[in-house]
Design a protein. Structure first.
Length: 222
């Protein structure tokens, strides 16, 4: 009587996305050494990520944010819309409010800075594949600081003199889009978007991008 060999751990299929080959290739090689991770593709921009996921199967995308052709936030949003079963973990050098809120608003389940080690990245990939969220400590601290600063003040109603376009821009900020993403969505230039945002912030007394997201949510625009 023969005995079937015991099944090994399920291996997660991962796409590594970074526009710098000097980062992308070593990272993919290191992750490929992890027992339960298979790096099935390496992408230099968001468009390549979408192509790799479409060719699938893919469980998790390890996503850089600042990439040409299509940035990581737009790619994350597209994945959330077209391939909701694929989890995204952001791995970036940027930990500013716009990047964090943009990525999480687009649907990323994890957010790490490039100070993270291989084990931290592997844990975040496993957590994201299981439907859990993992945030870098620096990211957590920034989010908590934002909440502490703004929580005491209730959201004010939006002024009635906002133009329909300014409301539209606020709604897109609430979705987590960066200026370039808003420009692409509205088919206008980034300079035009900046003008709308400056006018919007001045009229509504909005302090920064994080405040704009909260005001959009409170107004039911996001």
């Amino acid at each position: 009587m023969t005995t079937e060999p015991a099944a090994g751990p399920q291996r997660l299929k991962v796409v590594v996305a970074d526009d710098q080959a000097a980062i992308r290739e070593p990272l993919a090689a290191v992750l490929a050494l992890t027992e339960d991770i298979d790096v099935v593709a390496a992408a230099a921009n968001g468009a390549e990520v979408l192509a790799a996921v479409a060719a699938g199967p893919v469980d998790v995308v390890l996503m850089d944010l600042r990439m040409p052709v299509m940035d990581g936030i737009e790619a994350t949003r597209r994945l959330a819309e077209e391939h909701p079963q694929v989890a995204v973990v952001v791995l970036t050098t940027f930990a500013d409010d716009d990047s964090i809120l943009g990525a999480l608003g687009a649907g990323a389940r994890g957010y790490l800075t490039k100070n993270a080690g291989r084990q931290d990245i592997a844990r975040a990939i496993r957590a994201a594949a299981a439907g859990q969220s993992v945030l870098d400590r620096e990211v957590q601290d920034r989010l908590l600081a934002t909440v502490r600063i703004t929580a005491p003040a209730p959201a004010r109603p939006l002024p009635e003199d906002l133009t329909p376009r300014e409301r539209e821009v606020l709604a897109l900020i609430g979705e987590g889009l960066p200026n370039r993403g808003i420009a692409q969505r509205l088919f206008v230039s980034e300079a035009t978007v900046k003008t709308h945002i400056n006018n919007l912030f001045a009229k509504a007394g909005i302090r920064d991008r994080a405040d704009a997201v909260r005001r959009a949510i409170a107004a039911g625009l996001a």
